[in-house]
Design a protein around this ligand. Structure first.
Ligand SMILES: C[S@@+](CC[C@H](N)C(=O)[O-])C[C@H]1O[C@@H](n2cnc3c(N)ncnc32)[C@H](O)[C@@H]1O
Length: 398
């Protein structure tokens, strides 16, 4: 029969792989052992990108997804596996990507204590009044009223968004340790805001097109008894439990007296590192995040941190002290050559490289492995049931 394939293995983006007529077929949301009729999304001379039309046979331990939107939504890829299996998949994935550049590290996987309802942030799309996520591989919206990997207090607010009369735009909802909500809306529409519509919700602030129209444009979160002010547009890890595990790794691995925290956000890792350090420098490009970071250092009574506003590549040369440890936590695009050269020139004893983009991480690590041993890699399951994971690499100077 045409368009039938048996899945033999998996790729690095959570797709099943099978082979027909000399072509590789990538079928999303399948696992080895599945036999499926597939629908072609894209076909080239060598490969076919496809999605499942119908399962003919399923691998005996394949799961039915816990989310009703799973087979349409572009958000999660791995709800067809037991949670423990998703961790095995991620470990294998990171191992293979690093092996390809000659790195064969000891890997420790840190699991997510709450593998469902863990996200403290949701980014919804609104199109013609329909609120939801992009359908897998398209820009069509699939309507959702509940995201099963997002914290409940955020989900209960999705209905309230519907009352705001947004026809087209983006809505981001964040929550903190106390289920308080910070809502950011980007739209050209005239929105309706009736605070009485949601009397039982702890709405701290609503920001419309970067202007605060209700309450405040920031809130306080708490991780491991440490306080963080977070502006609506500043980065904060989406999984607070796993963030606390990241803090513990930083705490255990910060060596020496002076620490440089590159891409420091609201100062989370600088503040953790400052406990055992003499001096910490953080560099961050978003002004509101640096304002938060300065306040966070004060709130947590740390007077040994300097935060520098600007691009790492433009500001790193300002650091004149001898640096013992460099923490690197860049955006998905990773490091630029100028920054890599400067870090090599600084010659820190240790480097802690945190990344949510394993492919880019492996490319960047190639620049360090002539001078550094990769002592250990932690895989933090920050984004359960997606193929993404957070890796923390501990590098020691030879
Ligand atoms: C993955 S986040 C890490 C933040 C922080 N370490 C944390 O754990 O919360 C990356 C941060 O880099 C910042 N950023 C992006 N490009 C930058 C650049 N060229 N220079 C400095 N900061 C940058 C982003 O605004 C963001 O705060």
């Amino acid at each position: 029969m045409k368009n039938v394939v048996v899945i033999e293995k998996m790729d690095h983006m959570g797709n099943g792989i099978g082979f027909i007529n000399g072509k590789t077929v990538f079928v999303s949301k399948t696992i080895p052992g599945d036999k499926v009729i597939f629908e072609v999304i894209k076909e080239t001379k060598t490969y076919i990108k496809a999605k499942v039309k119908k399962f003919i046979e399923r691998k005996e331990d394949a799961l039915s997804a816990f989310c009703p939107y799973y087979y349409k939504c572009g958000g999660c890829q791995l709800q067809n596996m037991e949670y423990e299996k998703t961790l095995e998949y991620k470990k294998e994935r990171v191992k293979n990507i690093l092996n390809r550049v000659g790195i064969t590290p000891v890997i420790e996987v840190i699991k997510n204590e709450n593998d469902k309802n863990y996200r403290n942030k949701i980014e919804l799309k609104v199109s013609d009044g329909i609120i939801g996520f992009y359908e897998e591989g398209t820009h069509n919206i699939i309507e959702i009223d509940n995201c099963h990997i997002t914290i409940a207090c955020i989900n209960t607010f999705i209905d309230d968004i519907k009352k705001m009369n947004i026809k087209n735009g983006d809505v981001t909802i964040r929550c903190n340790y106390n289920d308080e909500l910070l809502i950011s809306i980007k739209t050209e529409d005239d929105i309706i805001l009736n605070k009485e519509d949601y009397p039982n919700k702890k709405v701290v602030g609503i920001i419309l097109n970067d202007k605060c129209i209700y309450g405040d444009n920031k809130f306080i979160d708490i991780i491991n008894n440490t306080f963080f002010e977070v502006a609506y547009d500043a980065f904060f890890q989406v999984n607070s439990y796993i963030n606390s595990k990241l803090f513990a790794i930083i705490n255990d691995n910060v060596k020496g007296k002076n620490v440089l925290d590159l891409y420091s956000g609201v100062g989370t890792l600088s503040i953790v590192a400052s406990k055992n350090a003499n001096k910490v420098y953080g560099i961050e490009v978003i002004p509101s995040a640096v304002v938060n970071a300065l306040k966070n250092a004060k709130m947590n009574k740390r007077d040994n941190i300097d935060f520098i506003l600007g691009k790492v590549e433009d500001k790193i040369h300002l650091i004149k002290d001898k640096i013992d440890t460099v923490i690197i936590d860049p955006p998905r695009k990773g490091l630029d050559q100028r920054t890599i050269s400067k870090i090599l020139e600084i010659k820190p004893e240790s480097i802690i490289y945190i990344s949510c983009e394993t492919q880019k991480l492996s490319e960047d690590l190639k620049s360090f492995i002539d001078n550094y041993n990769v002592k250990k890699v932690y895989i933090l399951d920050m984004f359960s049931y997606t193929y993404h994971c957070e890796s923390v690499c501990i590098l020691e100077r030879r």
